[in-house]
Design a protein. Structure first.
Length: 221
């Protein structure tokens, strides 16, 4: 029987621990949008969206939805005191001006050098650039949140991206349903494994070789 992998919500929960207190954070479409639901107690970050919102709350519950208050993925957001609103031109100026501390993005592939591919599926002819290219080069730190393999169980961590690139050497950390992996100058470093998964099992589902961190441990949430 196949081993259990972590859910999308658990991935988001682990990523939330990477957000420094007081940071300006942009959350991409998919798993990253869930991160705002799991900020550790006592922490505070300012969420930014290309849709023209700064300082929003978690995703809105049923009955609390405001059709004028959405993120870049079209999901409804909770209102919080101090929110501000502006045009997409100003939202992108914040990104391009280096005012976003961390962006969390989904990915189709990440290379061993930290190259990111997340906007185009060539075999399907489907793609949407959106703000990912701006975020990949404009944010001070790029964290990827994704499943470790695709639907056919092929590694999404690869030696070289086969899909069109969003950005080169831009990813700092990858959190998947199997592991937490750092992109270091010498390659990928396995820092944490999902519960009940061994380093060897994670490596078997990873394209490039993984160096083992001296303090390699099981993921704690």
């Amino acid at each position: 029987m196949a081993k259990e992998r972590m859910s999308r919500d658990v991935i988001a929960m682990r990523v939330a621990k990477e957000l420094p207190d007081g940071a300006v954070v942009n959350l991409g479409i998919g798993i990253p949008t869930l991160v705002s639901n799991y900020l550790p107690a006592g922490s505070s970050v300012v969420y930014h969206s290309e849709s023209g919102v700064l300082n929003y709350g978690p995703l809105a519950e049923e009955g609390e939805r405001d059709y004028d208050l959405i993120n870049a993925g079209g999901q409804f957001l909770q209102w919080v005191p101090g929110m501000s609103f502006f045009g997409s031109d100003e939202a992108f100026a914040m990104i391009r001006g280096g005012h976003v501390d961390v962006t969390v993005l989904g990915a189709l592939q990440v290379s061993e050098r930290g190259d990111l591919a997340n906007w185009m599926l060539p075999h399907r002819g489907v793609g949407n650039i959106g703000g990912a290219m701006d975020l990949a080069v404009g944010a001070k730190r790029v964290v990827v949140a994704m499943e470790h393999t695709d639907r056919n169980d092929r590694p999404k961590l690869v030696r070289d991206c086969a899909f069109p690139l969003t950005g080169r050497r831009c990813v700092s950390l990858v959190v998947t349903d199997l592991a937490v992996i750092e992109v270091a100058p010498g390659g990928l470093v396995l820092r944490e494994t999902a519960p009940d998964w061994t380093a060897q099992e994670v490596q078997a589902l990873t394209g490039p070789p993984l160096a083992l961190a001296p303090d390699l441990k099981e993921m704690e949430l």
